[in-house]
Design a protein around this ligand. Structure first.
Ligand code: HEC
Ligand code: HEC
Length: 202
């Protein structure tokens, strides 16, 4: 009896290992495969200062962005919590594993705080620092790096949160309190921040 229980315990352990393995692989993300999958993305994200038409604003930079945030963003396009026909269409074609792989590729380089800020922070930036850090690098992986992002994209994002075009409970609350002048000042400040770019630890 004791033997049978032990044997059962072993099988159960082996089974849970097999079940766990794919989940772990998925969380990891395969940057090499992500590089292949990201081929279609470079047509817009890989061209410096490429602009979206109607409305006209810069396509966001993805290099160095937190992997967790990239996955969340792709899921939000798929769920239509974010607008953009091409991004919504592309996101629906990607599996969870594809998204993790692509995110790992774009995070080949990570942006960490340099401990320094550039220029004078507008008063409104104090609130933002709690999550995005004083220099916009994002203190947790779910808080996007906004340091060095295109200013006109940051401005567009804040206005979209404010109007509800882009849905996010946290950001719509903060953006809702901002006047156009605050948004312009915040976009100018955070786009000017540098952060330190370092190769990702693997
Ligand atoms: C036709 C141009 C185009 C192509 C191709 C494209 N994107 Fe985008 N992408 C955009 C634009 C424009 C935005 C900003 C849309 C918005 O305002 O939400 C964006 C936003 C994003 C975001 C959110 C960034 C952020 O800071 O929130 C991610 C992540 C992203 N794209 C990933 C991808 C991936 C992965 C691919 C390839 C599978 C891809 N994109 C292909 C134009 C494109
Ligand atoms: C409580 C934490 C928190 C605070 C405070 C906060 N943010 Fe955010 N911010 C987030 C999260 C989480 C997201 C990602 C939301 C999403 O998925 O759309 C985000 C997204 C953004 C984006 C979009 C980035 C992109 O790549 O599309 C911008 C721009 C931004 N925040 C600017 C600000 C500014 C400016 C302030 C201060 C007025 C601020 N945030 C305050 C948590 C925060």
């Amino acid at each position: 009896m004791a033997l049978r229980i032990a044997a059962f315990g072993l099988t159960a352990a082996a089974l849970s290992l097999t079940l766990l393995a794919p989940a772990l692989a998925q969380a990891e993300g395969d940057a090499a495969n992500g590089r292949k999958l990201a081929y279609t993305c470079h047509g817009c994200h890989g061209i410096p200062d490429y602009k979206n038409a109607y409305p006209n604003y810069s396509v966001p930079k993805l290099g160095g962005q937190h992997a967790e945030y990239i996955i969340a963003a792709l899921n939000e396009y798929e769920a239509k919590a974010r607008w953009h026909p091409t991004m919504q269409g592309l996101a629906t074609t990607l599996s969870a594993q594809d998204k993790a792989d692509i995110a790992a590729f774009f995070q080949d380089e990570v942006v960490v705080s340099s401990g320094e800020t550039t220029g004078v922070a507008p008063a409104a930036a104090q609130t933002c620092a709690a999550c995005h850090g004083p220099d916009g690098v994002g203190i947790l992986p779910e808080y996007p790096v906004i340091a060095g992002q295109h200013g006109d994209y940051i401005e567009r994002a804040l206005k979209d949160y404010r109007s509800g075009k882009r849905q996010n409970a946290i950001m719509s609350g903060f953006a809702g309190q901002l006047a156009d002048a605050d948004i312009a000042a915040l976009a100018a400040y955070f786009s000017a921040q540098k952060g330190l770019r370092t190769p990702a630890k693997r």
